[in-house]
Design a protein around this ligand. Structure first.
Ligand SMILES: *[C@@H]1O[C@H](CO)[C@@H](O)[C@H](O)[C@H]1NC(C)=O
Ligand SMILES: *[C@@H]1O[C@H](CO)[C@@H](O)[C@H](O)[C@H]1NC(C)=O
Ligand SMILES: [Cu+2]
Length: 224
């Protein structure tokens, strides 16, 4: 009996391993690929997603509640940056970028404060077909007008490839120190968890049937 249970547990973990999929591992300035886990918090769930909408793991992935050995990347407001994965995103769904200002250092910050969204990669529609941006690098820029200081810079792939099944969040959090910023308080803001609801149209969408429009979950994108 005991051996049987161990076998079942082992099988469940093995299944989780192969059903996971991709990791946002690196953050760097410009279009550089950067080193894995230098500026991105190390996760402890291999390449598996977070699926629980009420979990604090939605902030910075499993194991990413604090910085540990993660360094903080010095950036200027307006600087371009790139997140790189171990393997390209291959589940359909939106990819979004969020930021949250640390009350003290980015390394110590647990992400429990206010988050604002700075970018969405949503679908484009063409003749009843949607296409999604599925890449191994995602590049954007730090908004120019936000206050200087230390932030968590979070990327999220929301996998909605399997309508009817629970959507999957693949998450990575970088630590950055923004200089030369402005004086605009970014809005709207949300808390994570809380920003995503089981009833969000962008969460429940069936991307294969009558799929002609889509609203990316979360707040509106903040623009300076
Ligand atoms: C930090 O790095 C050291 C040395 O590589 C390692 O022993 C330790 O477990 C790491 N801590 C975390 C939180 O990753
Ligand atoms: C972030 O930048 C500020 C201002 O230059 C500096 O005082 C602070 O030490 C920096 N933080 C880190 C983690 O390097
Ligand atoms: Cu998967």
């Amino acid at each position: 009996m005991k051996a049987f249970i161990i076998q079942v547990i082992t099988a469940a973990f093995a299944a989780q391993g192969v059903s996971g999929h991709y990791i946002f591992q690196a953050l760097a300035k410009g279009t550089a690929k950067g080193a894995a886990y230098e500026y991105v918090r190390r996760n402890t769930n291999y390449n598996s997603p977070v699926t629980e909408l009420s979990s604090n793991d939605l902030r910075c992935n499993v194991g990413g509640a604090t910085g540990g050995n993660t360094s903080t990347l010095e950036m200027a407001a307006g600087d371009p940056f790139t997140f790189t994965l171990d393997t390209a995103v291959y589940h359909q769904g939106p990819v979004s970028l969020y930021m949250s200002k640390a009350p003290s250092t980015a390394e110590e910050y647990d992400g429990s404060g206010d988050w604002f969204k700075i970018y969405d990669w949503g679908p484009t529609f063409n003749g009843g077909q949607a296409s999604w941006t599925m890449k191994d690098t995602y590049s954007s820029t730090i908004p120019k007008c936000i206050p200087s200081g230390e932030y968590l810079l979070r990327i999220q792939s929301l996998a909605i490839h399997n309508p009817g099944a629970v959507p999957q969040f693949y998450i990575g959090c970088g630590q950055i120190n923004v200089s030369g910023g402005g004086s605009t308080t970014p809005s709207p803001t949300v808390k994570i968890p809380g920003a995503f609801k089981a009833t969000d149209p962008g969460y429940t969408a069936n991307i294969y049937t009558n799929f002609n429009s889509y609203t990316v979950p979360g707040p509106a994108v903040f623009r300076c």
